[in-house]
Design a protein around this ligand. Structure first.
Ligand code: UTP
Length: 297
């Protein structure tokens, strides 16, 4: 008999990377705290967790990353100051950043890869399914990406990851899924069965143009897969290698996201996110649009 399918209550947000693609901005401050419009990158991921029904967020931090903990801590002096100065709306906004969800932190003392960072959450996650959200990736669409993955897990009891079509000339930048159409489980054409995942393949060797973009829901068996894989180049433990084992031994689904993904840990992706999300912003959108139109390019 299959074990009962448990509720996905926890999410792991790895945020201990060195952020070398964004130097010099990330020399002394966490990449995950760079603001897109008016919120640090990692707040978008936390808001996606809340919108997806997650109750516990586990953030993997490291040296130079204290600002992340401070951001999600309560700020009574600031709240009091805003209340006293007739800004209850702002006080409420500050309160909501840390309210309604429980945070835990664990440190990765050396950036030994995304897989290594996820494995460090093993004790805090325990024997239950959990989500992983990359702290420098923003998803913008009608439904939170993590919520869609949780729905797939709830129906199948197996792991699921967001995949997205990318241009063929960019496949060498991503983990690429070897996937086939899935049986109809109520998710339509968006659901794919993943056979394998190839990390940064050459264009001619890529099995598809479906890239893995930074949102995952895993059963606890992923920890066993992570502890069995050998470190690759630079001693890094790759999450992709563990997902390959998971796909073979326990099954894995891909879900084609209905929306846009921004890799804001990359300078160009960050600029795209900033411009597009500013255009959609209720307070800034119309004046920013006017400003952009006024530019003679
Ligand atoms: P990235 O590869 O985008 O982050 O990892 P990075 O290594 O910081 O960036 P570059 O390539 O040097 O610019 C995706 C997420 O995984 C975390 C990162 O902080 C980022 O949010 N990560 C990565 C860790 O927590 N630990 C690691 O060892 C590697």
């Amino acid at each position: 008999m299959n074990p009962p399918i448990r509720k996905v209550r926890k999410a792991v947000l790895p945020a201990a990377g060195l952020g070398t693609r964004f130097l010099p901005a990330t020399k002394a401050q966490p990449k995950e705290m760079l603001p897109v419009v008016d919120k640090p990158l990692i707040q978008y991921a936390v808001e996606e967790c809340i919108a997806s029904g997650i109750e516990n967020v586990i953030i993997i931090t490291g040296r130079r990353k204290n600002a992340i903990e401070d951001h999600f801590d309560s700020a009574p002096e600031l709240e009091h100051f805003l209340e006293e100065h007739g800004k209850p709306g702002q006080a409420d906004m500050v309160r909501r950043i840390s309210g309604g969800i429980h945070f835990s932190y664990t440190r990765q003392s050396e950036a030994l890869g995304l897989g290594h960072a996820v494995l460090l959450a093993r004790e805090l996650v325990g024997d239950e399914p959990f989500a992983v959200l990359l702290g420098d990736v923003i998803l913008d669409g009608p439904e939170p990406g993590t919520k869609s993955l949780i729905d797939v897990y709830a129906q199948t009891g197996q792991g699921a990851i967001i995949v997205e079509e990318v241009p063929r000339e960019r496949v060498h930048l991503y983990g690429i899924a070897d996937a086939r159409p899935a049986p109809d489980l109520g998710f339509g054409d968006r659901l794919m069965r993943i056979n394998d995942v190839i990390e940064k393949p050459k264009r001619e060797e890529a099995p598809s143009n479906l890239a893995v973009t930074g949102r995952y829901v895993f059963p606890p068996e992923i920890f066993d897969c992570l502890s069995r894989i050998k470190p690759g180049s630079g001693g890094e433990i790759q999450l992709t290698d563990a997902m390959r084992l998971l796909a073979k031994e326990h099954g894995l689904w891909g879900y084609i996201y209905d929306g846009k993904t921004y890799d804001a840990g990359d300078k160009l992706g960050f600029l795209e996110a900033t411009v597009e999300l500013a255009l959609k912003n209720v307070d800034l959108g119309s004046s920013f649009r006017k400003y952009l139109k006024s530019l003679t390019l």
